[in-house]
Unconditional design. Structure first.
Length: 283
């Protein structure tokens, strides 16, 4: 079967062009969208993600404020920073890069961010509204994946979507968004028995497990669309996904590469949320 390569970079660029135009319109009206990113500690992957977010802001004309804090930052200090940003009129979105050092309670941090500036969509307010199908900030990776499917003309309604992974950042909201678009959804995770039996039923398979190349052809139904959220290093230190691309590609009808699939979309949807937040100042 010939497979459609889902080009996340290209789709992301198309969406970014629209966002850039919206930023220009806002700036013309005296509103510059602003994103604050807080990075605590020295995790190298987090530093890379944050650098990419800064770059995207710059390219789109969004003001970005990066706050780097040391590894031994106390929870109290971090919460105080967030409260200041909640009040700062030049800031429309606040993102605290996860994971955080162990002395800091992540949930408490998330709940301190004003729901009005929760561009990650992780606050319980945002999560609740998402579950109810109400307008809110949607979490960037699952939202980006919905856009990948839409721009690739992959029908979701009536399809069996299988999501592997149940993180609050990706897996859980992913299943909910697919459900809202009328898919039949199955969640799989580390305690799932007979994983292959489950995944072989998937018309759309979303893989977010964090294990390099774990999903091989044996897990795939002929003609499935496969979305790989993984970002790992293989034995040669090359970036790779959770899906063994070379082994599965022939069986799929569509597949995302790593890199260049889901990754660029996450940042694009973060930019989108920041601009949506800034637009509330227009009223
Ligand atoms: N760490 C990995 N992914 C994310 C994300 O989408 N948002 C935040 N804040 N941290 C992350």
């Amino acid at each position: 079967m010939s497979s459609q390569l889902i080009n996340g970079k290209e789709i992301s660029n198309t969406i970014r062009t629209g966002i850039q135009k919206e930023v220009q319109d806002l700036i013309a009206k005296g509103i510059t969208p602003g994103l604050a990113v807080i990075l605590v500690g020295e995790d190298p992957a987090s530093h890379t993600y944050v650098a990419n977010k800064e770059k995207a802001c710059k390219e789109l004309g969004i003001y970005s404020k990066l706050i780097k804090l040391p590894e031994d930052t106390t929870e109290e200090d971090l919460l105080a920073q967030i409260k200041q940003l909640n009040e700062a009129s030049e800031i429309d979105g606040i993102l605290v890069q996860l994971p955080l050092p162990k002395q800091i309670n992540e949930q408490k941090v998330i709940e301190t961010i004003s729901p009005l500036k929760d561009v990650d969509g992780f606050h319980p307010n945002s999560v609740g509204k998402m579950l109810l199908g109400q307008e809110t900030f949607l979490p960037c990776t699952p939202h980006g994946i919905m856009k990948l499917l839409e721009y690739s003309n992959i029908e979701v309604a009536g399809k069996h979507a299988v999501v592997i992974g149940r993180s609050h950042i990706v897996g859980v909201p992913m299943g909910q968004l697919l459900l809202q678009h009328d898919a039949t959804v199955t969640y799989c995770h580390s305690k799932t028995k007979n994983l292959q039996e489950m995944t072989k039923q998937a018309d759309i398979l979303v893989v977010a497990i964090g294990r390099a190349k774990m999903i091989t052809a044996d897990y795939i139904k002929e003609g499935a669309a496969v979305i790989d959220v993984g970002m790992n290093r293989d034995e040669n230190n090359h970036l790779c996904g959770d899906v063994d691309f070379d082994s599965v590609v022939e069986k799929t009808s569509a597949i995302t590469p790593v890199p260049g699939g889901v990754g660029p979309m996450t940042i694009t949807m973060l930019m989108y949320n920041t601009v949506q937040s800034a637009k509330t100042k227009l009223a």
